[in-house]
Design a protein around this ligand. Structure first.
Ligand code: SAH
Length: 454
């Protein structure tokens, strides 16, 4: 018998926040997750679901509020799954993100090292350069929206406070135009319909704007008129693409792109370097913070101009080019072919010739480079959430670089991977969290590891 049952109403004390931003309460040793509750608060809840180990509850009333509780500025904050922390003061968010990093490093990596304060944004709103908005038909009306937390219900959204205004505007205009032309939304359940998502990508420094219509079907009826109507209302658009995704899947983009207007890419600048971005390429979504993140990675790499450097999981070669300006040579590896094409193009555009790119999984390419006699002094890694493959870490240890800089969007896998390295001759020196996604529960970290001299 569990200490609480579904539909129980009770008061609880919140003592922590999960990595997804939910409050954590304990009732007779049983853990309950309470979205929208903050550490230090006493709240009234109703239990909504119980599992063996833990359960979920809904916040009914805040009995004793945290000094960090603020009124969320977004009117749909409590329905939308995009942000999790708008009810938390920004200073509180930054402190809490640092605490989470300290805790994960300790618990999952047995590390007790200096963790700096989270580098935050002076103005933490309207920071996103990319919007990906799902569409649905609601009572015969085309609706652009956002997914409800942990669901596929689409909540209508006309404005997103963490999104650049130009992306918001673009999505609304595209919605109006598609609606006027009677283009039906794709329906996940029946597999019918046409428009799945609309992506808007804005070049923060270049001012270029890309719109991607992601469709189930190859054909969009009246596509030429649709493009003309979009351009009439958004004359600054530099690229309109169609991406075709016929599959029953949660993955947003399909594999085929078709150019409908303008260029196939947009450009943007980071730290004085110019980057070309395709619909499929990963490009950091917060341009202001990206500069700080890469700056920290470069600082930790401590390059003097003579080093051989590897940039693993390099995307379109952003970090690679930052490093290349201060190193003898940089080798970048990335698994997405379009991203590597962009990376090569970016090196050319910036007239940087001391980089070499390879397309493939980092865990496959690194051993090949080792065989080829490449001997890096510094390795920078920036893997996706799941972290590095163990075989990749193993090769890295064999290559024995003097320094490893680990950039991560998931401190749990980062702590795990760094523990592997720490057990094989590397010392974790320090870590800096960077807030790339204000008001969401995400935290990015940069870590500096040194080879221990024998
Ligand atoms: N450093 C880049 C990209 C970081 S995101 C930047 O800051 O922009 C992580 C990247 O790793 C993505 O581009 C993803 O496509 C790539 N990736 C994922 N798994 C990989 C693997 N096994 N090997 C190489 N790259 C991989």
């Amino acid at each position: 018998m569990l200490p609480v049952q579904k539909n129980d109403r009770l008061d609880v004390h919140i003592h922590d926040l999960t990595h997804e931003g939910a409050g954590v309460a304990r009732v007779d040793g049983y853990t309950l997750f309470v979205p929208n509750a903050l550490p230090g608060e006493t709240v009234e809840i109703v239990v909504t679901k119980t599992n063996k180990q833990y359960g979920f509850a809904r916040l009914i009333d805040v009995k004793q509020a945290s000094a960090d509780r603020v009124e969320p500025p977004c009117p749909i904050f409590y329905q939308c799954g995009g942000c999790q922390l708008q009810h938390f003061s920004y200073d509180g968010q930054l402190r809490q993100k640092r605490d989470r990093v300290v805790d994960a490093l300790k618990r999952l990596g047995q590390f007790d090292v200096p963790v700096h304060e989270t580098i935050g944004m002076p103005e933490p709103w309207r920071y996103r350069n990319k919007a990906q908005v799902p569409f649905k038909d609601e009572a015969g009306r085309l609706v652009a929206g956002f997914y409800r937390p942990r669901s596929h219900d689409i909540v209508e959204m006309k404005e997103c406070l963490i999104q650049d205004e130009r992306n918001d505007e673009a999505v609304q205009v595209v919605r109006d135009v598609l609606a006027a032309h009677g283009v039906p939304a794709y329906d996940e359940k029946t597999g019918r319909g046409v428009i799945r998502h609309v992506m808007a990508r804005y070049g923060y420094h270049s001012g270029e704007l890309m719109i991607v219509l992601i469709t189930k079907t190859t054909k969009i009826k009246g596509v030429n008129e649709i493009v003309a109507d979009i351009l009439k209302r958004l004359p600054d658009v530099t690229s309109i693409m169609q991406n075709i995704n016929p599959d029953k899947t949660n993955v947003i983009l399909g594999s085929t792109n078709k150019l409908l207007y303008g260029h196939e890419t947009i450009e943007d600048k980071i730290g004085g370097l110019t980057f070309t971005i395709s619909p499929h390429s990963f490009f950091q979504v917060n341009p202001v913070q990206t500069e700080k993140l890469y700056g920290k990675a470069l600082e930790y790499a401590q390059l003097t101009g003579t080093e051989q450097v590897v940039d693993a999981y390099c995307g379109i070669g952003t970090i690679s080019l930052f490093l290349a300006r201060k190193a003898a040579h940089v080798y970048g590896v990335e698994v997405v072919p379009e991203a590597i094409e962009d990376a090569k193009q970016n090196a050319l555009v910036n007239e940087i010739d001391n980089v070499t790119y390879a397309c493939g999984a980092a865990e496959d390419v690194l051993p090949q480079w080792k065989k080829d006699g490449i001997n890096p002094d510094v390795i920078v890694v920036d893997p996706p959430r799941k972290g590095c493959a163990e075989s990749f870490l193993e090769t890295m240890v064999e290559m024995a670089p003097k320094r490893i800089v680990y950039v991560s969007c998931n401190v749990a896998t980062q702590a795990r991977d760094m523990r592997y390295l720490a057990d094989r001759g590397y010392r974790l020196v320090e870590v800096t969290p960077v807030d790339m996604f204000p008001h969401t529960a995400h935290v990015e970290t940069v870590a500096w590891m040194e080879k221990i001299e024998e």
